[in-house]
Write a protein that binds this ligand. Structure first.
Ligand SMILES: [Zn+2]
Length: 293
């Protein structure tokens, strides 16, 4: 029994240490969103590094000033195939990792679409979006026209419950995601990483183009991309009620190994009421759900 306890303790400690290392490596408590990291008006194709309200969010990306002296940024979460990524790694030997890898879904139900590297989003899948007429960070935000009523109802009811819920990120264009990802990859390559390794490092926090939930127009980020959001009344209300409107917590804390994305208490994804209720009540993630279909 002692041995078992000891083993468990060591495992927990290791996990905690890795998590801390990762947080440190990522420049603070911020993680990137769904792999996206930054909010968008959905129209911008050029990304100012430090201007506008988005500068706050932009800062959550892996800062270029951060020296890659340890393997923490690349090894703590991604598969071990690139755990020992070094500057000298050959791009030929590196297997792509991060958000957008693993389980995908491209079936008949548009609400469950899970893009990944094998099945990235293409232009013809870009939805008709409408501007969100709800509290935001001051910029224009857009959402899939087929699901906007659900988003509005959820936010109206949250407001009626006395909560301050506002949107900081929503629909993103392919151009936006491509530019965002490319810029971060180039920052890493400037530090000496090969292109493939740089992509893997960036992919832990920023979705590869064509693989972001936000490109579907079905995801929103609320209030702040900090883990502290889970302590707020807004978060607690969302977890309790989001499924009633067809939304799920897209990247749960205990599903990082499956989603390949760090815990994001602020990121909610529309999947439809019946799917959302099952996913949230069973405590599974979207990848697990679609893999059962
Ligand atoms: Zn997000």
């Amino acid at each position: 029994m002692n041995q078992a306890n000891s083993s468990f303790f060591k495992k927990s400690l290791l996990k905690r240490t890795v998590a801390l290392l990762m947080v440190g490596a990522m420049g603070g408590a911020l993680t990137a969103c769904g792999g996206d990291g930054a909010a968008s008006s959905g129209t911008s194709s050029t990304l100012p590094v430090s201007s506008s309200p988005s500068s706050l969010l932009e800062s959550s990306s892996l800062p270029s000033s951060q020296a890659p002296q340890s393997s923490a940024p690349s090894s703590s979460k991604a598969s071990s195939s690139q755990a020992s990524s070094s500057k000298a790694s050959s791009s030929d030997e590196v297997v792509a990792t991060g958000a957008g890898t693993g389980i995908g879904y491209k079936g008949s139900d548009w609400r469950l679409r899970v893009p990944n590297i094998e099945n990235p989003l293409v232009e013809s899948e870009i939805p008709d979006v409408v501007q969100i007429d709800q509290p935001t960070d001051g910029r224009k935000h857009y959402f899939d026209a087929r699901a906007i009523d659900n988003l509005n109802a959820m936010m109206d009811d949250a407001a009626a419950a006395g909560l301050n819920l506002f949107i900081i990120s929503s629909f993103r264009t392919l151009d936006y995601q491509t530019n965002l990802f490319e810029r971060r990859v180039k920052e890493r390559m400037a530090q000496g990483y090969s292109r493939a390794v740089a992509e893997n490092i960036v992919a832990e926090g920023t979705a590869r183009p064509g693989t972001s939930d936000h490109q579907l127009g079905l995801a929103v980020d609320f209030n702040t991309i900090e883990d502290g959001f889970e302590k707020t009344a807004e978060y607690k209300w969302l977890i309790k009620h989001c499924a009633e409107y067809g939304f799920i917590l897209r990247f749960p804390a205990d599903k990082e190994d499956i989603t390949k994305v760090m815990y994001e208490p602020w990121h909610y994804r529309f999947v439809g009421v019946e799917h959302a209720k099952e996913i949230m009540s069973r405590g599974i993630c979207l990848e697990e759900y679609v893999s059962e279909l």
